[in-house]
Design a protein around this ligand. Structure first.
Ligand SMILES: Nc1ncnc2c1ncn2[C@@H]1O[C@H](COP(=O)(O)OP(=O)(O)OP(=O)(O)O)[C@@H](O)[C@H]1O
Ligand SMILES: [Mg+2]
Length: 363
């Protein structure tokens, strides 16, 4: 049985549906992420799970039991919000001890458990400090310590790392993964950062306008997006409007608008041959690029001109205008030190990709 099950859950504000018929199951021990653009309903969904807001329809079950009549403080669930809201007048140890004091745990035991948590959160020696004396990452760890000291069955994290700068955020991401693995508590993590979701999660639910678009592992979401929205939202993607023409030698034949015929892997589109409309999602790292005239082994090959070059350190992205009018992004790793680009704007090139690359999704 799943630890948490949402059945047809909805939340309305007037005629507006912020969460719309969401059904999900989260397994015990899972690092599960809700990912979606601002305003898609992530916080609303978490607030219902935590018990702060009642659903307008549907059910929430924890370990098979309906939570409808259980107030937030009686649910074995803890929430960490973006502004981790530490008590400024309490020390680090006092903050972590707070939920245990509320639960009237004996003082002796509080001390033992708080000290263990300080060690676990790498805060040993900081127990007597006040929040204003801590760095952002340390404050984040205090908030996590306070959330975990009670050993909830489910921890909800709403944009918990959003306030941190990039480097600290990456450090905390690694720590969260480690922590979650070690303590084995189920996490539901909310973010609108797709890189963060891909890096942290066992599974991701992609939300859009109150609905779940797809639930899958990071690599399946990235490689096999269920629809145009997911393809566009997760990672960078070339989206080519296309029509299916049928099959040829195990490949799907597509007519791409403005480009002509392209071969793609037989995916969901193959079961619906004919004149279906859809989109070929092609990742920039799947597109190869060579100087015009140089050999380029690829099933799909088109001439073009480099228009823009975006150097980001580890890789460079080339925006190529194809002679038939389309624009494609191609990405190459930078393996030569001191060299930021292999091609320059204005270069005549050939771009190409294998018939195994890309993923066609019908509209
Ligand atoms: N109390 C409220 N009254 C009216 N509308 C609300 C209320 N709370 C949220 N909404 C609306 O519901 C939608 C979903 O809000 P929610 O806070 O869940 O978004 P979110 O996905 O968490 O976005 P963000 O990533 O920006 O935090 C939004 O359009 C928001 O304006
Ligand atoms: Mg939110």
């Amino acid at each position: 049985m799943a630890l948490l099950e949402l059945r047809d859950l909805s939340r309305r504000f007037g005629s507006f549906e912020a969460v719309s018929h969401v059904s999900l199951a989260v397994e015990a021990g899972e690092f599960f992420t809700l990912l979606g653009p601002s305003g898609c309903g992530k916080t609303c969904l978490l607030r219902m799970i935590a018990g702060f807001d009642p659903p307008d329809g549907g059910q929430i079950l924890l370990g098979g039991e309906d939570l409808a009549d259980l107030p937030p403080e009686r649910r074995p669930i803890h929430t960490v919000f973006q502004s981790y809201a530490l008590f400024p007048h309490l020390t680090v140890a006092g903050n972590i001890a707070f939920p245990l004091r509320m639960a009237k745990v004996p003082a002796r035991e509080i001390e033992v458990r708080v000290n263990a948590m300080l060690d676990e959160m790498r805060l040993a020696g900081l127990g007597a400090h006040y929040p204003h004396q801590l760095s952002g990452g340390q404050r984040q760890r205090v908030a996590l310590g306070r959330a975990l000291v009670h050993r909830p069955r489910l921890l909800l994290l709403d944009e918990a790392l959003a306030a941190l700068d990039l480097k600290l955020r990456e450090d905390m991401q690694l720590e969260l993964i480690k922590l979650q693995r070690e303590i084995g508590i189920t996490f539901i993590y909310v973010t609108h950062s797709q890189t963060e979701a891909l890096a942290l999660s066992h599974r991701i639910a992609v939300m859009n306008r109150g609905r779940i678009e797809q639930v899958d592992t990071p690599s399946r979401l990235y490689s096999f997006p269920a629809n145009r929205f997911v393809a566009d939202f997760i990672g960078n993607c070339n989206l080519l409007d296309a029509r299916t023409l049928g099959m040829a030698a195990g490949a799907l034949r597509l007519a791409v608008d403005g480009l002509g015929e392209v071969l793609a892997p037989p995916g969901a589109g193959a079961s619906a041959p004919g004149q279906g409309q859809g989109v070929l999602a092609l990742r920039p790292e799947q597109v190869r690029i060579a100087a015009r005239g140089d050999a380029l082994a690829a099933d799909n090959r088109f001439p073009g001109t480099v228009r823009e070059v975006l150097y980001t350190g580890d890789v460079t992205t080339y925006l190529v205008a194809l002679d038939n009018g389309l624009r494609l992004a191609a990405l190459l790793p930078n393996t030569d030190p001191g060299r930021s680009a292999v091609f320059q704007a204005g270069d005549s090139v050939t771009v190409g990709w294998s018939r195994q690359a890309g993923h066609y999704v019908p509209d």
